[in-house]
Design a protein around this ligand. Structure first.
Ligand code: IVH
Length: 683
């Protein structure tokens, strides 16, 4: 008779053999045994696990077939945000990035790693004690979806690690479908009469976000790991290249086309090679990614909030196609801009059918001499809206018509040009601007989009109200402006009766609206939809003013004192808060409780470090940088990325960089770690 111990040992042995062969096959692409031999091992393991279910574990290689479907994905907070990448499209832009980086890095010397930018889906994999604990999507960068079950089915993701990995760490990479895998999947779908995926990226994203992981398991997904997110409990290498070598030694799959590049010439060469050969790659890549190799410089250079300064994507030329420009339409944007757009004879470009494309503005259309009826070149690049590059003048027949925005607008009763949405003669083109605007603040297209923007993810994040519901709430008169959203709770019956909306959804929406009252000030500022104020400017404003009233009372001159705010933005902000309708909206938002007390409480001067700006450089021993920043913030201080005259203290840890030099130049007090800790403790 076999003892339980024997069985357990046998199972462990089989698992480790199968893991090894998985690795040979899926990661190294160099199997040591035949498929039939592999199947035999797997069959034996499954039999034992069936017979002795007490030994079945989640990380068993037999479990790569997927688990029972879930109703929705959970949410995972990323301990360190997943950023995106800045883009350059030419050698000139690349050089500009390089020169900027050189300047910011001071005298430090560095080299690069070149990688392919694969068009798939970013994921973060967390390993705890050698086992895959969580797999998550990027989401908004701060919070993603928990897709662990799905990622377990990706054969090239190790479920358990053999060598001595850090006790807790996170790697990041791109999940993708090879061209071949994509083709096979679509052939299969065609045979089954199912809708086809437009491109490998969509297919990969769709596969990874399946609620039923058994479906994911049947898709030939693959992964390349492209960075170490964070690691605890073990020192990891000091360069990106060595880190990737280290991750390879832990059995992670790393792209063999990555290269160490000594200087900018080598970067350009790497780009040229792959730009020519991209079609021969087994996967779709839309460019290369250039990363600074020295990790201390990653810390030093930091990020812009969205993009690291230590990496850049150098994109391959976009995919182009030609078609006929049937007409030019005009839509009204959230801030009243009249946006011309191309109405096209539908055409497939790189696997995506395109019917409309951006035309930017009238000047641009004139400069490119685009005429209605022209055969035009259109291009799409990555996620952005396709655009019209220009006409093919040789294809003209003589019946093409030049475009004039004013002439294209509908007319009001007096025969004057009118806004396509509100029908009012309210069109202006402010001096020095290239856009025409509808300045009627009651214009329905604008009002409705303001509501949509207010509820959107990056703004107040009111789940359940998207484009369609915003339009419906507005057209039914339930919500005339953003402040009305907070009165919806008194109109629950009407809300419930809205087309297709049941009691449950209505209650969920009302709960989401309530919850949104607690959003931080920066989100609220962004959500107001002030012209020229994006999320980054909103954060700067929130940092600077701390309360909405102080911001609302700021003059354009005061706003311009902020280094990142130019006259155009300053003017737009001041004008926004002077408008009676906006004053009224603010009053109503406040009385609904949207600007909570806590924010007012964090006014400068209320906390020991209020108004003090810190800049951290180098490595700290007892605290991680985010921890140190959090402590400073908790005491009312701010942590900034670069040293300016306004900086109060520079904190220098081990291996400090150019920020310390700059601090010395400007005569700014420098604290070492001990002094920082004393300061934090004594407050
Ligand atoms: S590094 C903070 N390396 O491109 C650095 N990204 O726009 C961010 N991507 O969401 C990522 N290949 O999904 C990096 N070799 C590579 C990549 C890569 C593809 C994707 C990634 C990210 C997006 C950035």
């Amino acid at each position: 008779m076999t003892s339980p111990d024997d069985v357990s040992r046998k199972i462990e042995k089989l698992r480790s053999e199968i893991n090894h062969h998985n690795y040979r096959y899926y990661v190294l692409d160099s199997p040591e045994i035949s498929d039939a031999e592999y199947d035999d091992l797997m069959r034996e393991l499954k039999q034992l696990e069936e017979q002795y279910p007490q030994f079945l574990t989640e990380d068993s290689p037999s479990q790569r077939v997927g688990a029972a479907p879930v109703e929705a994905f959970g949410v995972v907070a990323h301990p360190q945000p997943l950023l995106s990448l800045g883009n350059v499209f030419s050698e000139n832009e690349l050089e500009a990035w390089y020169n900027r980086t050189l300047r910011l890095a001071g005298n430090s010397r560095f080299d690069f790693v070149g990688e392919h930018k694969i068009d798939g889906l970013a994921v973060a994999l967390t390993y705890i004690d050698g086992k895959l604990a969580t797999g998550a999507t990027r989401g908004d960068g701060f919070r993603g979806e928990d897709i662990t079950q799905n990622l377990r089915t990706v054969r090239s993701i190790p479920l358990s690690l053999t060598s001595d990995a850090p006790p807790r760490f996170e790697v990041r990479g791109e999940v993708f479908l090879s061209r071949q895998g994509f083709k096979k999947l679509n052939e299969q779908r065609a045979a089954e009469g199912q809708a086809l995926f437009a491109n490998p990226r969509n297919a990969a994203a769709g596969s990874v976000r399946q609620l039923d992981s058994r479906i994911t398991a049947r898709r030939p997904l693959d992964i390349y790991i492209y960075m170490l997110g964070w690691a605890e409990g073990k020192t990891t290498p000091a360069t990106h290249w060595e880190t990737m070598e280290y991750l390879k030694s832990l059995d992670f799959k790393v792209n063999p086309n990555n290269r160490q590049l000594q200087d900018l010439d080598a970067v350009k060469e790497y780009y040229r090679i792959w730009e020519k050969q991209r079609e021969d790659l087994p996967y779709e890549a839309d460019g290369i990614v250039i990363k600074i190799n020295q990790l201390n410089l990653h810390d030093e250079l930091g990020d812009t909030g969205h993009e690291p300064r230590w990496a850049i994507a150098y994109k391959f030329p976009a995919v182009q196609g030609t078609t006929r420009l049937k007409d030019i339409g005009i839509s009204v944007g959230r801030t009243g801009t009249l946006n011309p757009y191309a109405i096209l004879e539908p055409v497939s470009v790189g696997g995506v059918t395109i019917k409309q494309a951006a035309l930017h503005n009238e000047d641009d259309i004139r400069r490119k001499d685009i005429r209605i009826g022209d055969t035009v070149i259109i291009q799409r690049a990555g996620e952005v809206i396709p655009e019209v590059v220009g006409p093919i003048a040789s294809k003209r027949t003589g019946i093409e018509k030049e475009f004039s925005l004013i002439a294209k607008l509908p007319k009001n009763e007096q025969g004057e040009p009118a806004c396509p949405s509100c029908g009012k003669n309210s069109i202006v083109r402010p001096e020095g601007e290239i856009m025409y605007y509808c300045v009627n603040s009651a214009c329905p297209a604008q009002a409705q989009q303001r509501i949509e923007h207010f509820t959107s993810r990056g703004a107040m994040d009111i789940r359940g109200i998207g484009e369609n519901l915003s339009a419906m709430l507005f057209s039914q008169g339930l919500v005339k402006d953003i402040a009305d959203l907070y009165r919806l709770k008194d109109k629950r019956d009407e809300l419930t009766n809205l087309e297709k909306l049941g009691e449950k959804s209505a209650d969920n929406i009302l709960a989401a609206i309530e919850k949104s009252k607690k959003r931080p000030l920066s989100r609220i500022i962004f959500a107001l939809g002030i012209r020229h104020v994006g999320s980054e400017t909103a954060e700067i404003l929130a940092d600077e003013f701390r309360t909405i009233d102080d911001l609302a009372n700021a003059t354009a001159e005061r706003l311009e004192e902020i280094s990142t705010i130019g006259p155009k933005i300053a003017e737009s902000i001041a004008a926004f808060f002077q408008q009676d309708e906006n004053k009224d909206i603010l009053t109503r938002l406040k009385s609904a409780g949207v600007f909570p007390e806590e924010m007012a409480a964090s006014k400068p001067a209320d906390l020991p470090l209020s108004g003090k700006e810190f800049v951290l450089t180098g490595r700290l021993e007892s605290l991680s940088r985010p921890e140190a920043e959090a402590k400073i913030k908790a005491l009312g201080g701010t942590a900034k990325g670069s040293v300016t005259r306004k900086t109060d203290y520079v904190v220098a840890g081990a291996d400090p960089g150019s920020k310390l030099t700059r601090a010395r130049e400007l005569g700014i007090p420098v604290l070492d770690e001990k002094k920082l800790l004393e300061m934090l403790e004594n407050k």
